[in-house]
Design a protein around this ligand. Structure first.
Ligand code: FMN
Length: 140
């Protein structure tokens, strides 16, 4: 079993695309946000869309209920705008550190929203996400 877990909260599918790219690059299946984090998951990739400046409720609950002591975490997000992603990545990082995690780094890209960001995450965004995944794995 892999010591890497990839979990995502994605309402509209944009962040899910990024999660799929990361999981396939690392050769793991996407995990289940509604299940406890496997004990052997030492490196955990957590991703969310940005909704009203916050992560998804499922992700917020997952972090709040989890024990991240000794785990290393890499974060990713998709959003309408850069400020929203940075805010959410920061919110997640603060909550995770309170839960004992070491945060390795983060990645974000645009995600289509109404009539903006058409075509995102783009193939280039997904290549950048895979590069991020390799870098985070190398650090861990
Ligand atoms: C209800 C809702 C609220 C949103 N609020 C924000 C926001 O506050 N800031 C932002 O940058 N993007 C916002 N967006 C855009 C999403 O973050 C963006 O489309 C993201 O890619 C959605 O990810 P998903 O497809 O994985 O759900 C919002 C989208 C929705 C549907």
């Amino acid at each position: 079993m892999s010591d890497i877990a990839v979990l995502v909260d994605s309402r509209g599918g944009n962040t899910r695309k990024v999660a799929d790219a990361i999981a396939s690059e690392l050769g793991v299946a996407l995990g289940d946000l509604n299940a406890p984090l496997p004990a052997d998951a030492k490196v955990v990739f957590l991703g969310s869309g940005v909704y009203g400046g916050k992560p998804g409720d499922g992700m917020t609950k997952f972090i709040g209920n989890g024990d991240f002591t000794g785990r290393r975490v890499a974060l990713f997000a998709t959003s309408g705008g850069t400020a929203g992603a940075e805010k959410v990545l920061d919110t997640m990082a603060v909550a995770l550190k309170e839960k004992g995690a070491t945060v390795l780094g983060n990645f974000h890209c645009r995600g289509k929203f109404l009539f903006t960001n058409r075509g995102h995450p783009s193939p280039e965004d997904l290549e950048n996400a895979k590069k991020f995944a390799r870098e985070m794995r190398a650090q861990s």
